[in-house]
Every structure is written in structure tokens, then in C-alpha cells.
Design a protein around this ligand. Structure first.
Ligand code: AHR
Length: 496
């Protein structure tokens, strides 16, 4: 099977926000507790309570941003429960995930973790069951530099200097678990919350809950963004509108060939989500930029349910889907300002799985590692001719033609980064890589692949699916490269 990837590195687009490669950690199942935070459990090596193996893995990725504390949990979280001496913190009920919340991981623990990782914190405030005062006080506690009681309290809790948290979410999924609002009612609440949050820290960036079009027939979702943005037109109170998109086709390990291909076709549903959101933003805010933050996304298999803390298999197929979705965000670099994979450790499409003092990395982790060169680089549009398949994306009436090879490029200095997914279950695709207006001096690369997309890592086989170096990618004189089936390839082309 043959393909052509045509690239003109002189014609670049927007800078790819590093925060497109962000993550999300919720108080849910074993994501925070066990996965990230082990407190003073001596048996698991840790630094101030955060497990060292996970810290090292996240440091290697240079995680740019972490969203916390939820998710649905955020709109039932009261931040004062999670500060001060640990023994005095209450045990509360996590209503959404049916657990007891010990509150031993709270604001200061989260912010110390982010500082240690060099990641920006993105905190989601409680709109559903909270108040504007509680949200504004949280910002005072984190950011106020003067002599206030809350700032002094932060000092007594070990942090004199302000944390300077810049990114604040105003509720989560407020059309659902965040209070079951309509778009217009949420807009009223948002304006009240955002007014006082912004007044407390004028330089913060505010993220609104946007529609998430899981079902394009849901009228609340379809009207949400317009009602919200209409009400915000004349107020400079919103910097980003959030969007969530989860993907599901078959089970984690058991799926048909048709489900395999349909999963990849569902990336078109995400593109439609972005187009719908973009259209409203353009119309309501013609003179200023409001970004789209896809602050929850990932593959969510049906076996991940509340009873098992939303845990699921994490296979090569999921990793290839992550690469496909990250390509969409790169192509939308002109509008997508942030994206956060759900959820960092143990839960849903995670980067790492832990058990006691053991940990392994999922194939998705390696995709994020291999994609890193795109972060902060300039997007380069490609023209790709590839063999195709047909599938009906979720929410669409008709089948769509989808390319088997999904390629994406970016440029930093004279380095052209080219990443390619081959979604085929069976066929290698030989592509001619046609770089115009520049000579290619050398090519290096890495590949992630396996014979079966169901392949996964495990405690006794942690490197079954891992990135391997490609020795001879291709040369200028013979610019063809064979992309194996079920593969993700990252190539670095040095241009003369
Ligand atoms: O990521 C799991 C849940 O999915 C989040 O808490 C919620 O925002 C979404 O529905």
C-alpha cells in the first residue's frame, strides 16, 4: 500500500501550545491516593508523600499542566477541608465516586507536586455546591501576597510566598454533575463567580464549562455555548471555554475489527466538537481571543465503572488513538490552548499503573513522550494521500472516508518533527515523504508498535510496548519509509 506525505516547512501555522500535552488528576479511585500520593506509607519510596516512581515518570515527560481536583469531584469539594494539619482534616464523602475522602492530599500538597514537576497547576473551583466567596477565598489563600488572615494561614501551612496559581476553572460539567444548570443559568452563576475570582487576582485566566457534544441531539448541549457566550459578550471575564470528549468502541481488550476502525473515525466527532465551539466563539467574541481547553479527553472503555474506580486495560490501540487525538489538537493549535488526558495514574486512559510499590508505564505514556518535540513548535500543514477505510463516526448519520495514515508535522529551528499513526490492523503502508523547499540532512526516529493492537504492558512485562529507536529511517535520495500496521512513528528531520 502506498502513500505520499507532502510537506512545505516554509509554510508554518500557529505555535502548538505545550499545554495541549496536559493531564488531569481527580480524587477518583486510585488516581490521587495510591497512584500519586502515598503520604507517609514507608513501604513506597516517596518525596514528601508523592511516590518517586510516578514523579520520575512525569518529570521525564515534562508535564506542562495538571488539572485538579476534578472532574465531578470539583463541584462537591470544599478546599478548606484539605489544608492545615493532616490529623485535623475531616473525612468527607466523595458523592460522585462513592468513596471516603481523607483530605490528606489538598491544595498545598497539589501545588507542591506541581512545583516539583515544573507543571502549571490548573484548579477547578466549586460552582455546583460552592459559593463565589469560597472560590475567591481559595484564590486569596493561594495567591495573595499581603497581610491577610488567609495568606497568614498559608504561611503557617508551610508556604509564605504566594503560589501564584494562574489557571482557574469555574466549575466542571455544570450541565451535569456540576449542578444540572442550563446554559443561561450557568452564565449567570459564572459571571458572579468570575467577577470575584478575577477581582481577587486580576491576572488569572478563567476557564468556563462549555458544551460537550457526547450526543449531538441533546438540546442542552447544543444550546449551551451560545447561551453562555451571548451573556459574556460584553464582559472580559472568560479566557478559555472547556470541552470534554471521551471515546468508546468495544471493550478495552475485546473489540471487533469494525470497532477498531470506528474508534479512529470518532476523531472526526472531536473535530466537529471543535468546529461547533469555534463557530460560537468567533461569533460572540469577534474582537478577542478565547481559547478552547479540551480539559478532559481519552478512551473510556465500558468496563471502567464507579465500582472499579474507573480502571481499564490500556492497550496499544488506546495509545494510537491518543496520538490521533493529539494530532487533531496540533492541527487546531490556532484555537486549542490546553488539553488534559483523563486521568494521570490508574484511572481511565492513564500514563502509569501502580500496585503497592510497583509501577509500569502504559503505551499511551510513550506516545506523550514521543510527541514532546511538537510542544511549543510551529505547526506545519501537510498534504497526505493515503489508503483509506470507511466508518461512521459517533453522532454522524453517514459513513466517512478516513485515512489509514494520520500524519502531523511541526517545525522548531531547522528540525522538522513528523509523527505518523498507521491505524491499519494488517497492512504496512509505504509512504514517500516529500519535503519541498528544503534539503533533508539527516533523519532519526522512534517507533511504538506491536503485532496486535490489544497488546499492553504489565507488571511482569513492563516494556512489551515501548518506544524503540529507528536506525535507518530514510535519506533525501530515497525518501520512502514503511510504516508498519498498528504503529506510531516519530521522525526528526534535520533540514539544511
Ligand atoms: O473523568 C471522569 C469523569 O468524567 C469526570 O469526573 C467528569 O468530569 C467526566 O464526566
Amino acid at each position: 500500500m502506498g502513500a505520499v506525505i507532502l510537506c512545505r516547512p516554509e509554510q508554518t501555522g500557529a505555535i502548538i501550545s505545550p499545554e495541549i500535552y496536559g493531564h488531569f488528576a481527580e480524587h477518583l479511585g486510585r488516581c490521587i491516593y495510591e497512584g500519586i500520593w502515598v503520604g507517609d506509607a514507608q513501604a513506597i519510596p516517596n518525596q514528601h508523600g508523592a511516590r518517586l516512581d510516578v514523579l520520575a515518570a512525569l518529570k521525564q515527560l515534562r508535564v506542562p499542566v495538571i488539572r485538579w481536583p476534578g472532574g465531578c469531584f470539583a463541584d462537591d469539594y470544599h478546599w478548606r477541608d484539605g489544608i492545615g494539619p493532616v490529623e485535623k482534616r475531616p473525612r468527607t464523602v466523595n458523592v460522585w465516586w462513592r468513596e471516603i475522602e481523607p483530605n490528606t492530599f489538598g491544595t498545598d500538597e497539589f501545588l507542591r507536586l506541581c512545583e516539583n514537576l515544573g507543571a502549571a497547576p490548573y484548579i477547578c473551583a466549586n460552582v455546583g455546591s460552592g459559593s463565589p466567596r469560597e472560590a475567591r477565598d481559595w484564590i486569596e489563600y493561594c495567591n495573595f501576597a499581603g497581610d491577610s488572615t488567609l495568606a497568614a494561614r498559608r504561611g503557617r501551612n508551610g508556604r509564605k510566598q504566594p503560589w501564584n496559581v494562574k489557571r482557574w476553572g469555574v466549575g466542571n460539567e455544570n450541565w451535569g454533575c456540576g449542578g444540572n444548570f442550563t446554559g443561561a443559568d450557568y452564565a449567570k452563576e459564572y459571571i458572579r463567580f468570575a467577577t470575584y475570582m478575577r477581582a481577587m487576582s486580576p491576572d488569572i485566566e478563567l476557564f468556563a464549562c462549555g458544551a460537550s457534544f457526547g450526543d449531538y441531539r441533546n438540546p442542552i448541549q447544543m444550546e449551551w455555548n451560545r447561551a453562555f457566550c451571548d451573556a459574556l459578550r460584553r464582559l472580559d471575564l472568560v479566557n478559555h471555554v472547556a470541552l470534554h470528549r471521551y471515546f468508546s468502541r468495544g471493550r478495552g481488550l475485546a473489540f471487533t475489527d469494525a470497532e477498531h476502525y470506528a474508534l479512529f473515525a470518532d476523531a472526526l466527532a472531536l473535530e466537529r466538537d471543535l468546529e461547533l465551539t469555534d463557530a460560537v466563539l468567533r461569533e460572540c467574541f469577534p474582537d478577542r481571543f478565547v481559547g478552547i481547553a479540551v480539559d478532559e479527553w481519552g478512551v473510556w472503555h465500558p468496563e471502567a465503572v464507579v465500582d472499579n474506580g474507573l480502571e481499564q486495560a490500556n492497550t496499544l490501540r488506546d495509545a494510537l488513538m491518543a496520538a490521533t487525538v493529539l494530532h487533531v489538537f496540533n492541527r487546531w493549535a490556532h484555537r486549542v490552548t490546553m488539553a488534559n488526558l483523563a486521568q494521570t495514574v490508574n484511572v481511565l486512559q492513564c500514563l502509569a499503573v501502580t500496585e503497592g510499590n510497583k509501577m509500569f508505564l502504559t503505551p499511551t505514556y510513550h506516545v506523550f513522550d514521543m510527541m514532546r518535540p511538537h510542544s511549543g513548535a510551529r505547526f506545519v500543514p501537510l498534504q497526505t494521500e493515503s489508503p483509506t477505510f470507511e466508518a461512521r463516526p459517533v453522532g454522524f448519520d453517514k459513513k466517512k472516508t478516513v485515512p489509514l495514515l494520520d500524519a502531523c508535522a511541526s517545525l522548531s529551528g531547522r528540525k522538522l518533527h513528523l509523527t505518523v499513526v498507521n491505524k491499519s490492523l494488517t497492512e504496512a503502508v509505504e509512504a514517500r515523504i516529500d519535503v519541498r523547499e528544503a534539503a533533508v540532512a539527516s533523519v532519526t526516529g522512534k517507533i511504538l508498535h506491536g503485532d496486535d493492537p490489544r497488546m499492553a504492558n504489565a507488571f511482569d512485562a513492563p516494556s512489551r510496548i515501548t518506544a524503540r529507536r529507528i536506525r535507518h529511517a530514510f535519506t533525501s535520495a530515497a525518501p520512502t519509509y514503511v510504516f508498519p500496521p498498528n504503529s506510531f512513528t516519530a521522525l526528526k528531520l534535520t533540514l539544511e
